[in-house]
Ligand binder design. Structure first.
Ligand code: IPE
Ligand code: IPE
Ligand code: MG
Length: 268
């Protein structure tokens, strides 16, 4: 379906599509989305890449509406990676400016929907004006409890783990903890949004089957779902379809399927 940001955006529960009954009370807690394929979507239509990013705005808002309606507690959206600075200066400027404008334009709407907005990423290089809008959105929406929207802007999974390692090293240097006592939980508690649970379901649009440095720590046991549609054609109905498919996944977290009654640990 071709869509543009000027088309009508429906609030959660007010779209023309009906939430599948089977999803009620049975959705993953944390969904992460790699919004990919804007450039190819635009190129296929003879448009500049930036028009693809513009078309992605409605996809983003419609997907968030779908997450709210379905009762997804956390939705992480990858909007700009620490590697995306490698793109042309014109595209980088567009993406920074457009992110700022999109956040400003939709903060009140997200607030009305009961969404708490949080920024996840690194400070260096991020435009001050983008950070300012993110902080305003965080402040305005901080009491909302329905769904948390984690906007990953200037985010990199390796950078996040390196930042956590640096903080821990500093604590050791300051005599606040012993290096020998560092556990997985200590790394986890030093991540950017440390209170957010691990990702249950990762969706990447546009047919690429890679992670591209997204939430490396939090994806350890996530179910991965690579879908062929380009990001501008994604929305609440496509999200619900993926949430339904997730219900058929058999998650084991390293355990055995028939472990019932076999919880005796081997002795040697
Ligand atoms: C995703 O679409 C948006 C961002 C990375 C910001 P792309 O711009 O990567 O589009 P493709 O992958 O080149 O089609
Ligand atoms: C990942 O997409 C980053 C975002 C969607 C923000 P990219 O398009 O940057 O990833 P690669 O370069 O194809 O791996
Ligand atoms: Mg891409």
């Amino acid at each position: 379906m071709d869509r543009t940001p000027t088309q009508q955006l429906a609030a959660p529960g007010e779209g023309s599509a009906t939430l599948p009954q089977g999803l009620i009370g049975h959705v993953p807690q944390h969904v992460a989305v790699i919004m990919d394929g804007n450039g190819r979507w635009a190129n296929a239509r003879g448009l500049p890449r930036t028009e693809g990013h513009r078309a992605g705005e409605l996809a983003l808002m419609d997907t968030v509406a779908g997450a709210v309606e379905a009762g997804v507690k956390y939705i992480s959206m990858y909007a700009f990676s620490t590697e995306n600075w490698k793109r042309s200066p014109a595209e980088v400027s567009f993406l920074m400016g457009y992110s700022r404008d999109v956040i400003r334009k939709h903060t009140d709407r997200l607030n009305d929907w009961g969404v708490r907005v949080r920024w996840v990423g690194r400070r260096p290089r991020l435009w001050k004006s983008v950070l300012k809008e993110l902080r305003t959105a965080e402040e305005k929406t901080k009491h909302n409890t329905k769904t948390e929207l984690l906007l990953c802007i200037n985010y990199g999974g390796r950078a996040e783990i390196a930042d956590a390692a640096r903080d821990l090293a500093q604590e050791v240097a300051d005599g606040k903890r012993k290096a020998s006592s560092i556990r997985e939980a200590d790394i986890a508690s030093h991540l950017y949004a440390a209170d957010v649970p691990d990702v249950d379901l990762l969706i990447r649009t546009s047919g690429e089957s890679r992670i591209s440095n997204f939430l490396l720590w939090q994806l350890a046991y996530a179910e991965l779902d690579f879908v062929p549609v380009p990001w501008p054609e994604f929305g609440r109905e496509e999200l619900w379809e993926r949430l339904q498919a997730f219900q058929d996944r058999d998650r084991r977290f390293g355990g055995a399927i028939d472990a019932v009654g076999e919880d005796q640990a081997p002795t040697s």
